[in-house]
Design a protein around this ligand. Structure first.
Ligand code: ZN
Length: 130
C-alpha cells in the first residue's frame, strides 16, 4: 500500500511535524503490526525523527546545519541551493518506523519531521505500509 502526503512549506528552512499525517496513513491501512516506510522524493528536503516536545531542539539542528552548509555562492552547483542539497544528504531521505497495535512505535519525545531546505515549495512524502 502506497500513500502520498502533500506538504506545503512556507519558509526556506522549515521542519514540519508530520507524525499525525503518517499515523493517519497507518490508521487507513488497517495494519496493526508492521513497518511504515517514509520516503522523501526530493533532493533539497529530507526527513528526520527527533524531539517534538521542545521546539528549541529543531531550532538547534537547523542552526548547526546552517553552520555546516551556509547559504552562499561559493559552491560549484550554481543553482543557488547547494546548501539545501548538502543538508538534505546529511539528514537523509527515508525513515522506517515499526507499527505496533496500529500505532507508530515512536519514543516518548520523538516526532517525524519533514525537513525543508529550499522552500517555500509544494512537497510530497511517500508512505508505504508493510
Ligand atoms: Zn540544485
Amino acid at each position: 500500500m502506497n500513500t502520498e502526503i502533500s506538504v506545503k512549506t512556507k519558509s526556506r528552512n522549515e521542519f514540519i511535524n508530520i507524525t499525525q499525517e503518517v499515523q493517519n496513513v497507518v490508521n487507513k491501512s488497517g495494519i496493526k503490526d508492521g513497518v511504515c516506510y517514509i520516503f522523501i522524493p526530493h533532493t533539497t528536503a529530507g526527513i528526520t525523527i527527533n524531539e517534538a516536545a521542545d521546539p528549541d531542539v529543531v531550532a538547534d539542528i537547523q542552526q548547526e546545519l546552517n553552520k555546516i552548509a551556509p547559504a552562499g555562492s561559493h559552491y560549484r552547483h550554481t543553482e543557488g541551493n547547494a546548501d539545501a542539497h548538502i543538508k538534505a544528504s546529511i539528514i537523509g531521505s527515508s525513515q522506517a518506523v515499526f507499527i505496533e497495535n496500529g500505532r507508530l512505535k515512536l519514543g516518548t519525545w520523538q516526532g517525524i519531521f519533514f525537513c525543508e531546505f529550499d522552500g517555500p515549495r509544494n512537497r510530497k512524502v511517500w508512505v508505504k505500509i508493510m
